[in-house]
Design a protein around this ligand. Structure first.
Ligand code: AMP
Length: 325
């Protein structure tokens, strides 16, 4: 297949125009949202999306809304030109890289009182001093954003416990990407299992006409789940971090051999990670669909783990399906 340069679009209006003109020509569009610093995990999503649509958009946007002030936004790795080179090297390439500078205006962040720029809108008076009944969207554009999407139950557990603003940031920006790109298909990695399920639920609840596909986790040869953050691991930390995937694999085999007590399986994973020097954030076995904790493995479950090695927080998971047990 020929190599091609992706068109790089930074303006949301231009992005929407591109999508609409392609759709008018009868083309279907796939979207793979990413935060860049692309690796084989991202590439697998792109290859998956290629199977389903005529055209492909990859978004590269480090979303500040999903980071708390104490998290690693400022050190999140990026290499835009390297990403473009990787995309160009792909058979078939990608059609557009959507690289917006900003998708959300955080001016109002944290303000519960409404004492911010939006007050100007509601103070707007007509010439007789009466409050205007209709406020134009142009005026609203002068103030910061304040609308968030929350997938209320699914966002609470797992990563939501230690990263309370994470999923509202993800869901809101993904909804914006969906509104701007208007894709037919969007592909997300099961590496971020809770995120994938939250996006599926948002799409269902808000009637986005988009088919959301979950794509399998891509691992390094030794089992470590690929992640942009792995670059921050020292050689020693990286070695120790293998305890996550190794203990998950052992737990999966134990479950498939009939060990159904989740407490025992969870304890074995926690112990292995701690012995390797990691700090476990959570190790939970939950239903694949509803993400609710189970005591015994009787339905298809997913064993989800988050753990710190040094300053790097890693997540991983393994699905355990009844049909292969
Ligand atoms: P990120 O750039 O980390 O926000 O990830 C963008 C997309 O790539 C998300 O849907 C992730 O779940 C997915 N992804 C990241 N790492 C992997 C991996 N190792 N395997 C499969 N998908 C991944």
């Amino acid at each position: 297949m020929e190599k091609k340069d992706p068109e790089i679009i930074t303006e949301k209006g231009l992005m929407r125009n591109w999508s609409r003109s392609m759709r008018a020509q009868g083309k279907t569009i796939g979207l793979v949202p990413t935060m860049g610093y692309l690796h084989q995990g991202h590439i697998s999503l792109i290859k998956e999306a290629r199977k389903h649509t005529d055209l492909l958009v990859v978004s590269i946007y480090v979303n500040p809304g999903q980071f708390s002030p104490n998290e690693d936004l400022s050190t999140y790795p990026s290499d835009f030109q390297g990403d473009i080179d990787k995309l160009m090297a792909l058979p078939g390439g990608v059609d557009v890289v959507f690289h917006p500078y900003d998708l959300y205006d955080y001016r109002n962040n944290g303000s519960e009182s409404g004492e911010n720029d939006t007050s100007k809108i509601f103070d707007a008076k007509d010439e007789d001093g009466r409050e205007k009944a209709v406020v134009s969207c142009i005026e609203e554009r002068q103030s910061g954003h304040e609308t968030w999407i929350r997938v209320e139950r699914l966002e609470k557990g797992l990563c939501g416990k230690s990263r309370p603003v994470f999923f509202r940031g993800v869901a809101t920006v993904v909804a914006k990407l969906f509104n701007i790109v208007e894709p037919d298909v969007a592909v997300f990695g099961k590496k971020d299992y809770q995120q994938w399920r939250i996006i599926c639920r948002m799409v269902r609840d808000l009637d986005f006409p988009i088919n959301v596909i979950g794509s399998e986790i891509v691992r390094e040869d030794d089992g470590l789940a690929m992640s942009s953050r792995n670059v921050h691991l020292s050689t020693e930390e990286r070695e120790k971090a293998l305890s996550i995937s190794m203990s998950l694999s052992r737990a999966k085999i134990a479950a498939q051999n009939g060990q159904v007590s989740c407490r025992e399986l969870q304890n074995s994973v926690i112990q292995a990670i701690q012995e390797a020097g990691g700090k476990v954030d959570y190790a939970e076995i939950i239903g694949q669909e509803n993400l609710e904790a189970v005591e015994e493995i009787k339905i298809p479950v997913v064993f989800c783990v988050a753990a710190w090695f040094g300053k790097v927080r890693l997540i991983d998971n393994m699905e355990i399906d009844m049909r292969v047990m």
